[in-house]
Design a protein around this ligand. Sequence first.
Ligand code: PHB
Length: 366
Amino acid sequence: MTDPSRLFTPVMLGALDLPNRVLMAPLTRNRAHSDGTPWKTAQTYYAQRASAGLIISEATQVTPRGKGYLDTPGIHSDDHVAAWRKITDAVHARGGRIFLQLWHVGRISHVSLLPEGETPQAPSAIRADQKTFTADGFTDCSEPHEMTHEEIREAVEAFRQGAERARDAGFDGVEIHSANGYLLDQFLQDKTNRRDDQYGGPVENRLRFVQEVIDAVATVWPRERIGIRLSPLGQANDIDDSDRETLFTAVYSMISEARLAYLHVVEEFYGTDTTDAEIDLLKRLRAGYEGVYISNGGFTADRAVETLASGHCDAVAFGRPFIANPDLPERFRVGADLNPQDPDTFYGGDETGYIDYPFLPDERTI
Ligand code: PHB
């Protein structure tokens, strides 16, 4: 095994001084109450993982209109704030740091998950060739409607309010979810954005919605406490663009100019393989970005060390390994084996596969 010490040098992530570069990626676990209030058990789940350099919470909808899966959490009511406050307190009590990921799924939804009588919101009325998870199991996404200007303003305002509630709930910052074919990504890419107004057409127009969301969130948080997540390879949720490189060169440049805490990139979406040509594209895009950069997707400790050493990234976010190993940084530090993962309990279910993965024997458990 490669010397892991590079994972354990401190790094400044905007305003935060992280003790290590092993971050916890946002992970949908579908274990919130049906009104979006996180379970009490989430206090234990997140506190168990407080040794991460930074925890990025599971994707959390900023409005009931932004929900796309059964039992995902929200940040749009006082009950949500109170429940998240207990979670952030638990993480802080264990010496950790946690950002909330602000989410709107756009067209990746189903009418049964949305406010009565509403269809999913999207830049254009194009149905996703994708299934989502509802009370009836995996179900085709519903036909969305094209958002009006009023709805676009409301969605931007929902992100601002979500950011405000995240602050009230004691988070250390927020991550704007602009990846994986959800609403912000749908505005960026031309497979899903066929608008002919100021939010569609040329690249600069397609960037407008994301820019407005960043600016709205930045009225609440200093920019050094705002991150953003992108997935320029378009590997999830039926998203695509006719000229990915031109589009994401412009997006990365916008993010550099926004002076955010970090850019977090999904370099490989689970269930897909990133090709050599795609890796070259990620590198070219990276070269055009100035700021702290987080890599994510299918990393091992060894590959994280190599990628840090190459200068490509400043930190690595781990997803599935963090589900199965609450003490992942310590395991990397001592070269311990990792617990086997149980994919059957990744999404939904009970405490099994959520808070019962073992720590190394000498670690204090909670
Ligand atoms: C998922 O529920 O599968 C999911 C949620 C958010 C993501 C990616 C995947 O960004």
